[in-house]
Design a protein around this ligand. Structure first.
Ligand SMILES: [Mg+2]
Length: 214
């Protein structure tokens, strides 16, 4: 029996803004006085670090002093605020899951601005457990991050669905701990992540469709 649904964030509950993300990195490069392309490559190398801890050390590694760290965290926070916009039907689906007595969880690989903004986003109050990689020091597909979410939701992994677009090998990761992985991709388009292309499990093209899997 399904007692909980755990969601990924980017390209699952909200759109991942590729161009906006590049624009933020270009703005950061400018503040560091570096070539945008070269900076982007170097910044991408810090991904694992900044997604499993605070942002400041990654920024400091580029030579940012305290004032610049604050400025760039603010720049990134302002961008994240624009990105935390639920896709169509997401809020209604979360409410419906709650009304049906299911526990709702989030596991996101993200940096600290998302965790900081969460409670002022439209998602506030709609999850029984929110697990942000930057806050717990773990990223998908580490089994511990799924088990942590299940523990916080008070369910066994076998009682939970995990819905995601398949980044970070997250669907297979969910199944390795005993959850049921559900792939979400855009209607009429192939899954974006190569590892998700031939996902053998359930798939949906919108969040409201998840209700049909319960
Ligand atoms: Mg995603």
């Amino acid at each position: 029996m399904t007692r909980a649904v755990v969601f990924d964030l980017w390209d699952t509950l909200v759109d991942f803004d590729v161009e906006g993300s590049i624009a933020v990195q270009t703005a950061m490069a400018k503040r560091f006085g570096r070539d945008p392309e070269e900076f982007r490559r170097a910044w991408n190398d810090t991904r694992a670090t900044r997604e499993t801890g605070p942002l400041a050390p990654s920024l400091a590694a580029f030579g940012a002093d305290e004032a610049l760290v604050r400025e760039l965290v603010e720049l990134r926070t302002a961008a994240a605020r624009r990105w935390l916009v639920p896709r169509e039907g997401v809020i209604e689906t979360l409410r419906e899951l709650g009304a049906r007595g299911l526990a709702r969880g989030l596991i996101s690989v993200c940096s600290e601005e998302v965790a900081v903004l969460w409670d002022e986003s439209p998602f506030r109050g709609l999850f029984e457990a929110t697990v942000f990689s930057c806050s717990v020091g773990l990223a998908k597909p580490d089994p511990r991050i799924y088990l942590l979410a299940c523990e916080q939701l008070g369910v066994e992994p076998a009682e939970a669905l995990f819905v995601g677009d398949g980044a970070n090998d997250e669907l297979a990761g969910a199944e390795r701990v005993g959850m049921r992985g559900v792939l979400i991709h855009r209607p009429g388009k192939a899954p974006y992540w190569p590892g998700a292309l031939d996902w053998p499990g359930a798939r949906v093209t919108s969040i409201p469709e998840v209700l049909e899997l319960i």
